[in-house]
Design a protein around this ligand. Structure first.
Ligand code: ZN
Length: 249
């Protein structure tokens, strides 16, 4: 019975679940930005090229054949020159936070190619030797950029309540910056100084490479990671467990 054509695509592996003795269910973001789930038969057999291409956070060229409920990954090979992350606790936690965020925004069967480019670039950055503060910057920038691309752009220049440009507060649930009058009516609002407001602007506007080489105070980086999680949760109404774990490191 015909079930539509096979799909050959570059993809990033965002999640894997063991299936039977030697197989995996692999969750991938394809280059058209669509989230795909596929069975990879024999992927847990040690030492195979196929297995290596199905590992977490790898970038691979894959062939997906339509199956009864999930697709079947019939071929996979690593993309030459694509990043391979260090098996470092903080790096892997950052990669999991990014995957968490992508899975939360992706609807099966729909996607934006630009989201794939952003994920691919973020994983390239995680392959660089970054300390925790810069990993936090990359994850926070990723979350704010991805959500902005999809229509949830954080407002930093004017109060989301009244439009005043005298903004000294921030509240994720309200949608961004607030003036003192509006903030007085919002219990969860927090103070936002000019220094941290310019950091938030930088997360939205600066390329990852520039952020990765910018000096940052650890407390500012930790704050940005936490705020990007709050922002994502407020917009997506999701728990984001791995993202929360990373933000608490
Ligand atoms: Zn206001």
């Amino acid at each position: 019975m015909a079930r539509g054509p096979a799909k050959r695509t570059e993809a990033v592996v965002l999640d894997t679940t063991k299936l039977a003795e030697r197989d995996l269910i692999v969750t991938l973001l394809a280059e058209d930005g669509v989230l795909e789930r596929a069975v990879a038969k024999g992927a847990r057999k040690g030492g195979s090229r196929f297995g290596a291409a199905c590992e977490l956070y790898r970038t691979s060229d894959v062939l997906l054949a339509p199956g009864r409920s999930l697709s079947i990954m019939t071929d996979a090979r690593l993309v030459e020159g694509a990043p391979i992350l260090r098996q470092d606790f903080e790096v892997l936690a950052a990669a999991a936070a990014i995957a968490d965020c992508v899975k939360a925004v992706s609807l099966e069967g729909e996607g934006e190619a630009i989201a794939y480019a952003l994920v691919r670039r973020a994983y390239e950055m995680l392959a660089e030797p970054l300390d925790l503060a810069h990993l936090q910057l990359i994850v926070a920038a990723f979350a704010f950029k991805l959500l902005a691309l999809l229509g949830w752009r954080v407002e930093l220049d004017a109060c989301v309540g009244c439009g005043s440009e005298d903004v000294r507060w921030f509240d994720s649930l309200s949608g961004g910056a607030l003036c003192s009058d509006c903030a007085a009516r919002v219990e969860s609002a927090e103070l936002l100084g000019e220094h941290r407001r310019s950091w938030l602007r930088a997360l939205l506007l600066c390329p990852f490479q520039e952020l990765a080489t910018s000096p940052v105070a650890p407390e500012d980086a930790a704050w940005m990671a936490r705020l990007s999680l709050d922002w994502s949760r407020a917009q997506l109404d999701m728990g984001l467990k791995s993202f929360a774990f990373f933000s608490n490191l």
